[in-house]
Design a protein around this ligand. Sequence first.
Ligand code: ATP
Ligand code: MG
Length: 403
Amino acid sequence: MIIKHLPPIFEPARPVLQKIEDAGFEAYFVGGCVRDTILGDSIHDIDIATSAYPSEIKAIFNRTVDTGIEHGTVMILDHGTGYETTTFRTESGYQDFRRPDKVTFVRSLSEDLKRRDFTINALALKENGEVIDLFNGLDDLKHHLIKAVGDPNERFHEDALRMIRAVRFASKLDFVIAAETLAGIKQNAALLEKIAVERIRVEFEKLLMGQNPVAGLNEFLQTSLYQYCPGLAGKQNELSGLLLLNNWQLWNAEQAWAVIVTQLGLDSRDASKFLRSWKTSNELITNVKKMIPVIQGLRSKKLSPLTFFTAGRNAVQDANQVAKLYGWAIPDEQLMKQYDSLPIKSGKELAVNGGVLINDAGVKPGPLLGKIIKKLTVQVVNGELPNDRETLISEAEKIKKEG
Ligand code: ATP
Ligand code: MG
């Protein structure tokens, strides 16, 4: 197969590949960018593989950065853009079901492609548009199949992460996992336990944000992979409910996790615990926790100004995206209009602050001050008091007197 017109993202990289070839080596675009080009999907980054060793790449180009030289990765700087190139390599060992014990640089493209996970990810593309297809990846692309390169059983033993990658590609691309590959996952699902949770998380999030999460989740359940994920063991019934949801269109990790938290029926505390077990960032946990009351408010059709205020704009929008799956959402525009009509959107917008209350309302620094600020905030948010300095000062004096 020859691709006549490569997408624009490849253009500036072509001279880089040419230069490597002119020096007597091979260089190809590889992996996801080739797959997505043939599918006509958007491409976010390009990977380059080469027969040149890192030292040889560094001799060819004036400006390079050692971004991962022990794995064979060197970044070539060209006209202000960085291109990561990785030397062809084989991997061996895999005593621990996750990382090769040894990485060896090789000169042969086929050795490099052989170690890749799925046939659709094992295509190489030459600078001139020629596609190299050593494992029938083009045919599998055509038939929308995710098929392990070589023996699935062996490949999942080498690196158990590949199993969850299979279900995430099923969702991301809306493809089907080939029968033998699926059987290999079922047989080896328990090996997923050997994999660092951070790596599983990356793939699971991509699954939830894919084109067809229901397809990916269905395989995730069928193969029992979920049994080996934090907080999901034994949750077959709750997770099956996900398969009945419609309108999946999640575009960030916060939304993705909020769906899972909602489906598991977790309150704020249990959600924190659950998300910590997946080693998500504290920022993500905070954001998901902000979404929970909004989702519940949409569900019960009882959204108060205070719920909006506490959540903030992003959490309100994200919550509605989650609520769409359950049929609880209201039109985005209407929801954001409600949010925008809040008298104040953050504590900083309150017409008084601690200093003002101490100086002008005679409140002493301490717990009462905090309580007063909180009370005034709630009253302003609820529209019970105007956000006006004089009014708030006299209200503070009143509360202070009442104690
Ligand atoms: P995406 O567009 O979602 O990034 P991708 O195919 O580029 O998809 P990456 O995770 O970025 O996926 O990996 C790049 C390439 O590296 C893959 O296409 C595949 O060839 C190879 N690869 C990645 N992870 C593995 C793995 N665990 N085992 C074997 N090959 C892998
Ligand atoms: Mg990629």
